[in-house]
Design a protein around this ligand. Structure first.
Ligand code: NAP
Length: 284
């Protein structure tokens, strides 16, 4: 008998996750005998959760906040990219337990959908948290030039050293102040990879409208709401925008490639429709 494959996402809390909606839509549409469930796992139970899922023959798990780093010690092997980033968001249970990171490649696919190959493009990133780390390593691996800033600048200085040690590549680090406009003017793409503007702080933007240059490509990885204040400012400056659900969809599509060998081009539209419907119920 064709046994139902079990997938899921572990986090704490997990109620907000949009992953079940996206993955279950694909399983339904593609007639795949599989189910995807959210699991709230307290950090003290993380090891039991991974070993338990393995023992129960789960096929795969997504991993979200706060487990992306701490889960690594319970895995048998992790991919080179996950090693570089220092975090795992996809687990595949096979003969061994494998860890991957698809967040960075998800962001790259979202940008490339808009502008084509990012090689040699100059990309500006606000932020130095988990998401910003995944994005910067993937950008550099794909040949982009990166400029970064963060509220806590020391975090970026540490990241800059780490990138140099691991990849022998330099990123430019600039302070987050009113002089940023001149630097942004020289960049092709500007990304907010901080949590600024996320619900409930929907009136916040990482920078004021007057500092956003005209006619750039501007992306926000926050997806609640879909159109953040930062993206509204960018539209007022005649920029093209990339909303945060794009990265979410592409990282999920890459996970399905790892788990079931599905081609991202076959699942992205299904995920997009499912997620937009879900997000529109709550956010404009
Ligand atoms: P994180 O590790 O907690 O990092 C948060 C980042 O935001 C840090 O750089 C932090 O700066 C900055 N920040 C927070 N509050 C700020 C403020 N008031 N002013 C200026 N900077 C501020 O979080 P994360 O995992 O990187 O996630 C960041 C956001 O991305 C979240 O909203 C998350 O939902 C979203 N996300 C989206 C996707 C997607 O697929 N679209 C994937 C992952 C995450 P400091 O270092 O100074 O604290």
């Amino acid at each position: 008998m064709n046994q139902t494959k079990i997938f899921g996402v572990i986090g704490h809390p997990i109620g907000h996750s949009l992953s079940p909606v996206m993955h279950n839509a694909v399983f339904k549409e593609k007639n795949i005998n599989a189910i995807y469930l959210p699991f709230d796992v307290d950090p003290s139970n993380l090891e039991y959760a991974i070993k338990g899922a393995n023992a129960l023959n789960f096929s795969g798990l997504n991993v979200t906040i706060p487990h992306k780093i701490s889960v690594i010690k319970f895995l048998d092997e992790i991919s080179d990219e996950a090693k570089l980033i220092g975090a795992v968001n996809v687990i595949k249970f096979d003969k061994k337990i494998f860890g991957y990171n698809t967040d960075g490649i998800g962001a790259i696919k979202a940008i490339e959908e808009k502008i084509g190959k990012i090689k040699d493009k100059k990309i500006f990133i606000f932020g130095a948290g988990g998401a910003a780390r995944a994005i910067v390593f993937s950008l550099i691996l794909n040949g982009a030039e990166v400029v970064m800033t963060n509220r806590t600048l020391e975090k970026i200085e540490i990241l800059k050293r780490e990138i140099y040690e691991k990849l022998n590549k330099e990123i430019e680090v600039v302070p987050l102040n009113n002089k940023i406009e001149e630097i942004l003017k020289k960049c092709d793409v500007i990304i907010n990879a901080t949590s600024v503007g996320m619900f409930p702080n929907v009136n916040d933007s990482i920078i004021d409208e007057n500092l956003i240059p005209e006619k750039k490509i501007v992306m926000d990885i926050v997806y609640t709401p879909l159109k953040t204040k930062f993206l509204k400012f960018a539209e007022n400056k005649n920029c093209e925008i990339i909303t945060g659900e794009k990265m979410l969809i592409y990282q999920a599509a890459e996970a399905l490639k790892i788990w079931l060998n599905l081609s991202p081009s076959d699942v992205v539209e299904i995920m997009k429709n499912a997620i937009i419907q879900e997000l529109k119920k709550k956010w404009k």
